[in-house]
Design a protein around this ligand. Structure first.
Ligand code: PEP
Ligand code: MG
Length: 755
């Protein structure tokens, strides 16, 4: 039902004049409440602002006792005002005092008023305060009055978000908007980054809230919605789009929302109340967000993400802005905050200004994680709701060691972290001093420590860190960051640069490990139930020999006159290696026929990452020149535990007697065959685990660059013979021991081995 309200549009127009006046925040709020009270024909209008301590403080009032301003306060959940803040929903009552939640505050003189209408002051679904009108008469406010008050609340939300109220914050208090927040996510890439938030998908800031002419705004909305629908249809119909799959589902959901009459009607209503089209979209999205954030159903929360995206797209359509990061205005200490992002997108930012990455999603072996690790950037994943709670420019700390994110940190946290950063820098300096020292244990055993790499940006680390070469070069990363399939000449150039940058140190190239979850944007993805165990790596390579052949030819040509090591991923049976070797031999014959120079020496190896190979080791070792253990995959298949699924990934320990026995079998058999083995999974880069590997007999380890220092420091402090005496008997007779980790930790502590 509609009231005889003078019209929210008139109110908004007056508010715009007030917003433009050169007065201070208190005067502006005081004027705003007078205007609203007059417009809604209410005796009282009050603004409560949420403080960091969870208290709603009266910031301005027309009609209540003015002395109560900055004195009267209610906790969230307390009284009617507190209830509105807690539920983020309007409350419309003809007889407020009869409501069980009513809390009387004598200083306000409130007892004279009966009817009550309060709405939350929302921004991006977050409650920043409460706006209230009251009347003496017992009346129910009309729907359009509720709507008008909500619209007005948006103007106040903008004042808060713009920091205007900071000037009138009472001493000893803080606004909730600037409240420190803590997120416990999972550690993805080691390091600590202090800096300022850069939203990967910047929220377009709607500054023009109040419309001149509703008809014009309605037309703008209609045009933008049409453009939005067309762009979604185009995406869905484009040739590259797989006929089914997650990406398609998301777009189908967008299409559904973009045609949803209810959604569009709400936006039109907000325009009719005086907002510009973009402000109306923002208002409706904020209301929806506030409602849906209280849902725990993961399906609904996922839809909330979709709706957020859609609203942002529509706002961009309306404001004519393009999507994408604004790298020119990147601060010197950028912390990239995103729901999720691709490896290439991270690389686009450029390494120099990025201090850290914090994601709402992201898994420990997702590609953005691998790239962050390669670049030495701290990264945290699974930081729930971070994107909507962070504002561009907020101070933030990302702790890639513990998986914590501190948004707008309090000074004591900031100091503690500044100390932590200094401590880590001192440690890094110690590691740098180890650079030219060999990785030799105290009792004289020599280990070779190599690096994992995959991009040209990794390569300076090879020479700077004092590593013995590249033990694993993940060639698929170059393919993943390219916009189209790299031609052979491009691949050849690339591999040549890799060999040159490593300055004579050995590089082990792994052929493409794509397929499954490692999707190339330009290659049609195939839907698989279990992608990790699907058509990936060498399986794909042998079925599509053209791709494998091109890569092998590029590698052979790039290494002309030098040493070359190539290994094949995800081999499950000896015959796969034989066939892959056949491809290489045919390419050598081809190049020889055409007079090309060949590598000086070629070694072909296998990755051991599928447990079936454990029962074919003798045959395998008699064929290969070397082997490399992909313990990430080997562990996932050994225990049937998805390495990217945080719910189960921590369930089993890599230091379990069973897994260590398997690793020992692999290295012992290799020794009998005189076949060199390296271990290149993540455990090689963790000092405690690397220590256990040394005890098993592994002397070649390959790891991410940042792990090299800590592992070398461990090796140089280690008495290996004594460790073997402690650890090996436990492998033969583990009893009910589930993990050797406590034993290893105790050993390291007792013998002063840093880990
Ligand atoms: C592994 O599986 O351990 C490995 C090194 O390969 P990736 O992590 O690339 O699968
Ligand atoms: Mg692997």
């Amino acid at each position: 039902m509609r009231s005889t309200l003078a019209g929210p549009r008139v109110l908004l127009r007056r508010l715009r004049e007030v917003m433009a006046e050169p007065i201070n925040a208190q005067e502006r709020l005081d004027k705003i409440v007078v205007l609203i009270a007059a417009n809604v024909v209410a005796e009282v209008c009050s603004v409560y602002i949420l403080r960091a301590d969870g208290v709603l403080e009266l910031y301005a009032t027309e009609g209540l006792n003015r002395d109560a301003v900055h004195k009267t306060s209610l906790k969230v959940g307390e009284g009617l005002v507190g209830l509105i803040a807690a539920d983020a929903r309007p409350l419309n009552l003809p007889n407020a005092q009869a409501h069980p939640a009513f809390a009387y505050r004598p200083e306000t003189g409130e007892e004279a008023y009966n009817s009550f209408l309060g709405v939350p002051i929302l921004r991006a679904g977050r409650t920043l305060g409460v706006l209230v009108v009251q009347n003496q008469s017992h009346r129910t406010y009309f729907e359009d009055e509720v709507e008008a008050l909500q619209t007005t609340a948006m103007v106040i939300a903008e004042m808060v978000a713009a920091g205007e109220l900071e000037a009138i914050v009472q001493q000893g208090t803080k606004l909730d908007m600037s409240r420190p927040m803590h997120f416990q996510g999972v550690a993805l890439s080691d390091g600590v980054g202090l800096g300022h938030v850069v939203l990967h998908e910047p929220r377009v800031v709607v500054t023009n809230l109040i419309a001149e002419d509703a008809t014009v705004e309605l037309e703008r909305l209609e045009r933008a919605i049409n453009r939005l629908r067309i762009s979604i249809d185009d995406l869905l119909n484009s040739g590259d789009m797989a006929p089914s799959g997650e990406h398609r589902d998301v777009l189908e959901a967008y299409r559904m929302f973009a045609h949803d009459r209810g959604w569009i009607r709400k936006i039109e209503e907000a325009i009719n109340n005086g907002l510009t089209a973009e402000a109306a979209v923002e208002k409706v999205q904020s209301d929806t967000r506030a409602r849906m954030m209280r849902q725990t159903d993961p399906y609904l929360r996922e839809r909330l993400h979709d709706l957020d995206d859609l609203a942002h797209r529509l706002i961009r359509e309306l404001m004519g802005r393009q999507q994408g990061p604004i790298s020119e205005s990147l601060p010197q200490d950028a912390v990239i905050v995103a729901r999720n992002m691709g490896a290439a997108e991270l690389l686009d930012y450029g390494r120099d200004r990025i201090r850290a990455v914090a994601l709402e999603e992201g898994g420990p072996t997702s590609h953005v994680t691998i790239v962050a690790r390669a670049l030495g950037i701290a990264a945290v994943g699974l930081a729930d709701n971070l994107v909507s709670l962070a504002e561009s420019g907020d101070a933030v700390i990302v702790d890639g060691e513990s998986g914590q994110v501190h948004l707008r940190p309090a000074p004591d946290i900031e100091n503690a972290y500044a100390e932590k950063v200094r401590f880590r820098a001192r440690r890094q300096a110690q590691y740098r001093r180890l650079r030219n020292k060999p990785a030799v244990t105290r009792d004289g055993a020599k280990l070779s420590l190599q690096l994992n790499a995959g991009l040209l940006v990794d390569l300076p680390a090879v020479t700077e860190s004092g590593g013995d070469g590249v033990g694993l070069f993940r060639t698929e990363l170059q393919f993943m960051v390219a916009s189209s399939f790299p031609r052979m000449s491009v691949q050849t150039d690339y591999y040549r640069q890799v060999l040159e940058a490593s300055e004579g140190r050995p590089v082990t190239f792994r052929t493409l490990d794509i397929g499954g979850d490692k999707v190339l944007p330009y290659l049609r993805a195939i839907q698989e139930e279990n992608p990790a165990m699907g058509w990936r790596a060498i399986r794909f390579g042998l079925d599509r020999p053209g791709v494998l052949r091109t890569q092998i030819r590029a590698l052979l040509r790039a290494a002309a006159g030098r040493d070359l090591k190539i290994m094949f991923p995800m081999v499950s049976e000896v015959d796969e290696f034989r066939r892959a070797k056949g491809v290489v031999e045919r390419e050598i014959a081809h190049l020889t026929r055409h007079g090309y120079a060949l590598p000086e020496r070629l070694q072909l190896g296998v990755m051991i990452e599928v447990p079936s190979l454990l029962y074919q080791l003798d045959e395998l070792y008699s064929l290969v020149d070397f082997a490399s253990i992909g313990s990430n995959d080997l562990f996932q298949f050994f225990n049937a535990v998805d390495r990217g699924n945080t719910r189960v990934a921590g369930r089993f320990d890599t230091m379990s007697p069973a897994f260590l026995r398997a690793l020992k079998e692999i290295v012992d058999t290799a020794a009998r065959h005189d076949t060199p083995v390296t271990l290149c999974g993540e455990i090689a880069g963790r000092p405690l685990e690397a220590m256990a590997l040394a005890a098993l007999g592994y002397t070649n380890l390959s790891m991410s660059p940042s792990a090299l220092g800590p592992v070398k420091a461990m090796v140089r402090a280690l008495d290996l013979a004594r460790l073997k005496e402690t650890v090996l008997p436990l492998l033969d007779a583990p009893g009910d021991l589930r993990s050797l980790r406590p034993t290893l930790r105790a050993f390291a502590q007792e013998t002063d081995v840093p880990f």
